[in-house]
Design a protein around this ligand. Structure first.
Ligand code: ACM
Length: 527
């Protein structure tokens, strides 16, 4: 190459680099590159016309991410945050528009959530090149309104610091729902003032099974912990600032051994109860025919309502081992009185009562899809289907069953969240659920009539924690797959692209996680 062509080549290279698309996860709906750059420096100001919280968090994030201290006043150049209600037709509640020119970055949303998501996009752009943020125009909004990460702290308690770190990482990926699995057989993790033994007894077990479902081995240390109501309120507020709604899950009528160990009269069996240290689903099933048990549940839920502003309250409802009901005379009497033919009908009656109680308080009950009364378990008796229907105002989170069952739920008018375990269970190994398989999951099943799309809220990814006592193990299971779920919840099916996503993961997210001390699983990335 002679000198002239070398110079031409360099100019060409610079212009190609300058207009190359930045790495962004989730990928926005529309991005248009423009000429020029905006330089983010200590002389950049923030002009805020949205919630004060947005400017405060923008300042905090930029300081933490790239060590630049922005000021909330006009500077040499500026970042303008605007909430403008009239944009809601274009952007909805969570969308944003971002225009970057050489002297300003304008982030607009119809609501504060949209502005907040624009700020997350800006953080990702700044992390790539703060002095040369390319001029561009982004118009962006999510495909699904429900983008959820679930953490099971009943099996292994992790505590507020770990939860807040996960909430921050969810916000970075524009996820908006934290599903908090707070009670199960092996632990009760939320203080309930009226029933102190739930945490005095139910939050502790004397040992923990290790090595897998059928393993005879146990870690003989006491395991336990729980959140006080003050701690819960603080975490709910922390999440709300990041536009994350916390949906608490209080399991019933099964997966309730820890509650029954605390208050034995709640249970269906006479066997002396204890908090189990092995992880298979257990005998803990509430005696739902006893009015005192229903009073207990109402009291617990009343305290839950006061702690969590969420419209949605999860009651679990999965894997009820009705053997515990077989020898209970209250249950037999209830079945005779109400003409219930099987235990799925007992559960249906109970679930509909709870759904109505929750509905009357202005909230919406969610349960795992076992609450539809279908036989979705290999161990279920085929004559055990319920001929009674779930009340339509209950929402259903699918973890098992085929798309036909989802279609049926949608036809019956239920709101649905698709968390098919094959694609979204974060406790699964990377061999069983590789990153690409996670990425390719589509929450709306192919053969279902598109007219039901508004009822399919979105999807969740679930970190069940039976086998993850340590935070490092938790991180390895969650990261990087959580980024795939964030993108499939936000980005349209047509815009998804695994090669682009993988590059963004290694170029943008990996350094971000490393900086934040997240032990992500590097082998998950394609070669
Ligand atoms: C579940 O995994 N039992 C919902």
């Amino acid at each position: 190459m002679n000198t002239k062509s070398t110079i031409l080549f360099i100019i060409l290279l610079i212009s190609v680099t300058a207009t190359a698309q930045p790495h962004l996860v989730p990928f926005p709906q529309s991005i248009e590159m423009r000429d020029g750059h905006f330089s983010l420096t200590a002389k950049t100001g923030i002009v805020n016309r949205s919630a004060p919280n947005n400017a405060r968090l923008l300042k905090k994030y930029i300081e933490e991410d790239i060590h630049i201290n922005l000021h909330e006043q006009p500077g040499e150049n500026h970042i303008l945050l605007i909430r403008e209600k009239s944009l809601d037709k274009l952007l909805g509640e969570e969308g944003y528009r971002m225009s970057i020119s050489p002297d300003s970055i304008v982030i607009e949303g119809a609501a504060d959530a949209g502005v907040f998501y624009g700020i997350q996009t800006l953080r990702q752009l700044a992390a790539q090149n703060r002095l040369n943020i390319p001029c561009l125009q982004i118009t962006d909004k999510p495909e699904y309104s429900w983008r959820d990460f679930m953490l099971d702290e009943a099996r292994h308690f992790k505590g507020a610091t770990v939860v807040k770190q996960l909430l921050e990482e969810m916000a970075y990926l524009k996820m908006n729902t934290f599903h908090w699995h707070l009670t199960d057989d092996q632990g009760w993790r939320i203080e309930i003032k009226k029933y102190p033994k739930l945490t005095q007894i139910g939050a502790y077990r004397d040992s923990s099974q290790i090595g897998g479902w059928n393993s005879p081995d146990y870690d003989t240390n006491i395991h336990g912990g729980y959140y006080t109501q003050d701690e819960i309120r603080e975490i709910v507020a922390f999440a709300a600032e990041r536009h994350i709604n916390i949906v608490p899950e209080i399991e019933m009528p099964g997966h309730t051994s820890a509650a029954i160990a605390s208050y034995p009269n709640l249970g269906s069996l006479k066997t002396p109860p204890y908090v189990p240290s092995f992880f298979n689903p257990f005998w803990g099933v509430f005696n739902v025919a006893d009015p005192q048990v229903m009073d207990f549940i109402h009291d617990v839920l009343d305290e839950v309502f006061s702690l969590f502003p969420s419209r949605y309250i999860h009651i679990g409802g999965d894997e009820v081992h009705s053997e515990s009901w077989e020898s209970n005379s209250d249950i037999t009497r209830l079945m005779n009185a109400k003409n219930l033919k099987n235990y799925n009908e007992v559960q249906m009656l109970f679930t509909n009562q709870i759904a109505t109680f929750i509905h009357d308080k202005g909230r919406i009950m969610i349960g795992w899809n076992d609450i539809m009364g279908k036989n979705i378990h290999e161990w279920a008796d085929s004559t055990n289907e319920s001929s009674h229907k779930l009340v339509p105002y209950a929402a259903v989170q699918f973890w098992k069953g085929d798309p036909a069952l989802i279609a049926e739920a949608l036809k019956q008018g239920h709101q649905v969240i698709n968390s098919s375990h094959r694609y979204t269970y974060l406790d699964y190994s990377y061999e069983k659920l590789p990153l690409q398989k996670a990425y390719e999951f589509s929450p709306f099943p192919k053969d279902v009539d598109p007219k039901y799309k508004p009822l399919l809220l979105g999807s969740g990814c679930q970190m069940w924690s039976e086998w993850i006592p340590q935070v490092e193990e938790l991180h390895r299971q969650v990261f990087p797959r959580i980024a795939a779920y964030a993108e499939l919840g936000w980005t349209t099916e047509e815009q998804k692209n695994f090669a682009r996503f993988s590059t963004a993961l290694s170029q943008l997210l990996a350094p971000h996680w490393e900086k934040n001390n997240i032990k992500w699983y590097q082998e998950a990335l394609p070669e």
